[in-house]
Design a protein around this ligand. Structure first.
Ligand code: GRF
Length: 194
């Protein structure tokens, strides 16, 4: 049995898919960490009975985002809840090399495109507006770059028959909700052999 933590900034639909799909055990979501008060992921955590912690990114005296102290709090929280795998699911912060190094080999992300195509914050729209014949999603290890880490697994579908960006988006999220729990379960199984 291993504990995984989910980090999210928004609605948290991937978080919910993870918790529900893995509910049969043996692994459990030990904590949901969000960086935005009032985000949908907190309401889901409450409904699902998962402990939730808000880690705010405050500004320092010069008005600069104090990323390092937020990341220290993140690390503390992850240690306190004994997270063995850190699962980013719509966490809209760039993580510093300090944090990435601390969680190396235990830090993963899901991205709504077939990486290395369409990294960044507008991946679904960029994929839709491209000439790509396939759309899809990627789960990858997190490194110091943005959406550049080594791929773990991808899933895709043909865009033929998809009429609109909204439809593409819906299909991409459906695929995420299938792929992410499967990959997370496999990684957790590998972390706790026997
Ligand atoms: C997902 O599309 C994920 O791939 C991306 O952010 C979105 C988060 O959605 N990184 P949700 O908050 O899980 O609903």
């Amino acid at each position: 049995m291993a504990g995984y933590a989910v980090l999210a900034s928004g609605s948290g639909s991937n978080f919910e898919a993870l918790v529900k799909t893995l509910a049969a055990g043996p692994h459990r979501c030990c904590v949901l960490i969000g960086d935005r008060a009032g985000a949908g992921c907190f309401e889901r955590a409450e409904r699902l009975g998962v402990p939730a912690v808000l880690v705010s990114y405050a500004k320092d005296a010069d008005g600069k985002l104090d990323r390092l102290s937020a990341e220290r709090t993140l690390t503390h929280t992850l240690e306190e809840y004994r997270a063995e795998l850190v699962v980013l699911a719509g966490f809209m912060r760039v993580l510093s090399p300090f944090f990435v190094h601390r969680w190396k080999g235990r830090l993963i992300n899901i991205h709504p495109s077939l990486l290395p195509r369409h990294p960044g914050a507008h991946a679904i729209r960029d994929s839709w507006e491209s000439t790509d014949l396939e759309l899809g999603v990627s789960v990858h290890w997190v490194d110091e770059g943005v959406d550049t880490g080594k791929l773990i697994e991808q899933a895709s579908f043909s865009r033929s028959g998809i009429q609109s960006l909204a439809e593409a988006e819906e299909q991409i999220h459906r695929l995420e909700h299938q792929l992410y729990p499967r990959v997370v379960r496999r990684l957790l199984d590998e972390l706790t052999p026997g």
